[in-house]
Design a binder for this molecule. Structure first.
Ligand code: IPM
Ligand code: MG
Length: 358
């Protein structure tokens, strides 16, 4: 089969890790008899430099012409925090999510067997294993609400960001979570702040409605502050964790850290119709960009997620995951991970090792 993949290489270490992911995809293509056709899409800080805005016209259109999108990373200190949205790399990320309708962000946090020692939690906690799927609502809430800044009479300037959630938006992300749980260990933990926020109270009402419908799935409500604590106390208790945009942004970084390295974790962002977008959850890491130091595994595992979810190529996805595990089991690692110095490798070598296992 032939599949079209849009590549957003982006900024910092983005291009380096995407390059390795593409090598792995090509190895899979050769082994399983597929053809992957790539289209480069300019977006992020590099697009500001090249054409004056981070999200050039036609970006979404080009992506829609492909079957899936693979993104490296965008952003970096070079572009600062301009007040002009066109000059902010983050604008591109938020815009593409919105324009492609990618409302469901799946961020798995898995402690890979070879890396149990890298888990910063107590040994007995790590031994229980960590295998959770964070399902973050990605196109609603306070990141997309009305922003304002105005003068008050007695308190100087005031700023406000509106957090709004509708039934439709909550229900569709909730369904994703319950459907996913059915394919896993059949447990959904819904995270909110219903003791304070009205959006959370509506969120909870709708999740309860869904829990009644998906009665084969175990369900619990968890307050966001408690969830942050439980993630470091006993992460093994979680299967699918579903939450709104900002809570998910924060908790998914926390969840990634307990698995040993943020350089290992992939993610998928999907909607109902348009191509889904796959990206490592680490950022552009400008401090190590261009030095062959970045860990390409998160990008490579993102490519595996793409094969599984967008192309329904489960065997191919598993082949990549097994190749990664085999390389890690031999002790090979990049600088972000712990290990013996004689097994420390760079970005390119790590990509080669994984390809060789395929
Ligand atoms: C992420 C990032 C983005 C987000 C930023 C860069 C806009 O932190 O993907 O988690 O908050 O969604
Ligand atoms: Mg984030």
């Amino acid at each position: 089969m032939e599949y079209k993949i849009a590549l957003i290489r982006g900024d910092g270490i983005g291009p380096e890790v995407v390059r390795e992911a593409v090598k792995v995809l090509d190895a899979v293509a050769a082994k399983f008899g597929h053809q992957f056709l790539y289209t480069d899409v300019l977006m992020g800080g590099c697009a500001i430099d090249a054409v004056g805005k981070s999200y050039p016209d036609g970006t979404a259109q080009t992506c829609k012409g492909c079957d899936a999108v693979l993104l490296g990373a965008v952003g970096g200190p070079k572009w600062g925090h301009s007040t002009d949205p066109d000059k902010r790399p983050e604008t591109a990320l938020l815009s593409i999510r919105k324009e492609l309708g990618l409302y469901a962000n799946l961020r798995p946090a898995t402690l890979r067997p070879a890396l149990a020692d890298a888990c910063p939690l107590r040994r007995e906690t790590a031994e229980k294993g960590i295998d959770l799927m964070m399902v973050r609502e990605l196109t609603g809430g306070v990141y997309f609400g009305k922003r304002d800044r105005y003068q008050t009479e007695d308190r100087g300037v005031e700023a406000s960001d509106l957090m709004a959630y509708s039934e439709l938006v909550i229900e569709r992300i909730g369904r994703r979570a319950f459907e996913l749980a059915r394919l896993r260990r059949k447990k959904v933990s819904s995270v909110d702040k219903a003791n304070v926020l009205e959006t959370s109270r509506l969120w909870r009402e709708i999740m309860h409605r869904l829990a009644a419908e998906y009665h084969d799935v175990e369900y619990e409500d968890v307050l966001v502050d408690n969830c942050a604590m439980q993630l470091v106390r006993d992460p093994g208790q979680f299967d699918v964790v579903v939450t709104e945009n900002m809570f998910g942004d924060i908790l998914s970084d926390e969840a990634s850290m307990i698995t040993g390295s943020i350089g290992l974790l992939p993610s998928a962002s999907m909607g109902d119709t348009n191509p889904a977008l796959y990206e490592p959850i680490h950022g552009s890491a400008p401090d190590i960009a261009g030095q062959d130091k970045a860990n390409p595994i998160a990008a490579i595992l993102s490519a595996a997620m793409m094969l599984r979810y967008s192309f329904r190529l489960a065997a191919e996805a598993e082949a990549i995951e097994q190749a990664v595990d085999a390389v890690l089991a031999e002790g090979w690692h990049t600088g972000d991970m712990a290990g013996d110095t004689d097994k420390l490798v760079g970005t390119v070598r790590m990509g080669q090792l994984i390809c060789a296992k395929l």
